[in-house]
Design a protein around this ligand. Structure first.
Ligand SMILES: [Fe+2]
Length: 198
């Protein structure tokens, strides 16, 4: 048997390796298991698109909040009890209109304003999306189900370590007058990334 085959057979499944590393760190007093549980809780329960949906709904019903949100996203979302990590120094909110569709990406890796719009979906991290949405955004959006008319201008925004974005989708006409909590239910993660309209 070639040596690399033996090496593969000797390697435990990833779950066992993770457990072994956590146990080794725990044994040295570093509380890795508690840290991993805390991160899992944050990722699944706290850093969710529902946060951004609340922000969008408030912006739709409250023009003064909308103006504050567009002027300084970080300060405005704090009014709803939402925070960003310290290194997300700026939250820039990009307002869609009938004539403009904003789209966000991270050409280098996978950065998002994850505490607000949720952790990035797998496709957002793919080289395919990261490279092509910049060069042929209209085609990529069409492939993802958003077929924009040629008159709609597409603006692509590349996230950096300290500047995070969220798209403020246009409010569907038929929802004008709805209560804020009902509006929040129709706002999707993809609409805040800008690959979908509502
Ligand atoms: Fe990134």
């Amino acid at each position: 048997m070639p040596s690399h085959d033996r090496a593969i057979q000797r390697t435990a499944p990833v779950e066992q390796r993770v457990e072994a590393i956590q146990a080794a760190l725990d044994a040295r007093g570093m509380n890795a298991t508690a840290g991993a549980d805390e991160l899992a809780h944050l990722a699944q329960e706290e850093w969710i698109p529902k946060n951004g949906a609340r922000v969008v709904a408030r912006a739709w019903v409250d023009p003064a909040f909308r103006a504050r949100l567009l002027a300084n996203g970080r300060e405005a979302v704090a009014e709803l009890g939402l925070t960003l990590p310290k290194h997300h120094r700026h939250l820039v909110v990009l307002e869609n209109t009938a004539a403009v569709q904003n789209v966000i990406c991270c050409t280098l890796c996978s950065c998002t304003a994850f505490t607000i719009i949720g952790l990035p979906p797998d496709w957002y991290k793919d080289l395919e999306y990261r490279s092509r949405v910049v060069r042929e955004s209209r085609t990529v959006l069409k492939e993802m189900g958003l077929d924009l008319s040629p008159e709609v201008e597409i603006r692509v925004w590349d996230t950096t370590a300290d500047t995070r974005y969220m798209v403020l989708p246009t409010q569907p006409q038929e929802t004008i007058g709805w209560p804020e909590d009902k509006l929040a239910e129709i706002v999707t993660r993809d609409s805040m990334i800008g690959v979908a309209r509502l």
